[in-house]
Design a protein around this ligand. Sequence first.
Ligand SMILES: *Cc1c(COP(=O)(O)O)cnc(C)c1O
Length: 392
Amino acid sequence: MEHFIPLSVPNFEGNERKYVNEALDLGWVSTGGAYIEKLERQLSEFLNTENVAACQSGTSAIHLSLVEAGIGPGDVVIVPPLTFIAAVNPVKYQCAEPVFIDCDDSLCLDPEKLRKFCEQECEFSGGSLTYKGKNVKAVIVVHVFGNLADMENIMAVAEKYNLKVIEDATEALGSKYTEGILKGKSAGTIGDFGAFSFNGNKIITTGGGGAVTARNPKKTDHMRYLSTQAKNDSHYYIHNEIGYNYRMTNLQAALGAAQMEELPEFIKRKQKNFELYKKMFEGFELGRLMEFRPGTSSNKWFYSLVVDREKISAGMRGIITELEKRKIQTRTIWGLINEQIPYLGEITYQLEKAPYYADRILNLPSSTSITEEEIVYVVQQTKEVLELFENG
Ligand SMILES: *Cc1c(COP(=O)(O)O)cnc(C)c1O
């Protein structure tokens, strides 16, 4: 291969330049302008939900959800250990306390462990759940790599124990259920709140940006209000609450409006490329390609190879460096959040699968612009490198 194959790069094949130039020409570059509302409409339609608010980032979308859910100092929020740290940091912004509960084999929250934690470690009376005297108010569920969590069972536990569900759908725009009671429902529209991200590595990008939605459209309106410094009217600087500077800009939204037009095509390509990877890794002894949940149509944002640790005990760093020499960029999954310095000493509950997968996953190039020839090369080289590291 003559050129480097990156892990994941944005794709601007559509109207991006046209729309951004239009925003520039009109001078609407900041938090006002028609593209913001346009993008919000596009997202509402795509997700089949009534009201979506565009904001600065996925992180701010999660933060606004926590604020709107009434999470404050001393409250407990259940969070995943194996995901990007941005899913958990907003819990700390609210001076609330995270409790880390394990994932299942989909890498998403294990509903059974969630149920056991609520049942065996907490007390439930008068409609509220408490853990060691503190109110357990919400759970953050991440649809990891575009793979949907087991929402049917998670929602059942959440309803039983009166927990607000915040879906971190930052990696899962376009993933939806195709079977079961949630058939037709998209990631981010099932729980009480849904957060999306349009960072550069996500399936569509606005450079940096995000969106938030709530099951109750009035709550989405209120989050939009909070995102514009809680400004009550456009002329007289009346503010009745503490707000944030979290609104998306029109320049970002112009980019996003163009990207939304291409999203269905991006998803198609991701799905097709996954099938090719899957076919090529079939029967490979040293690793298996991670599947997506049955009964769903995933956006297949990221492809993960689960390395067989019985056969390869070498660390991931060596493998990644060797692949880089062969002009292929790969990456490990995240480090466990509960092992990061700001989270040392926080409560964890039955972490088994999270550390298991943290040590085994190799993420493969997944850009929408990757060619078939490049995928063939990536698989060939990855197999060769893993064979090189096989225990002797
Ligand atoms: C990208 C991402 C976020 C944060 O999104 P930003 O737009 O970068 O703030 C949060 N959670 C997960 C799981 C992510 O992948």
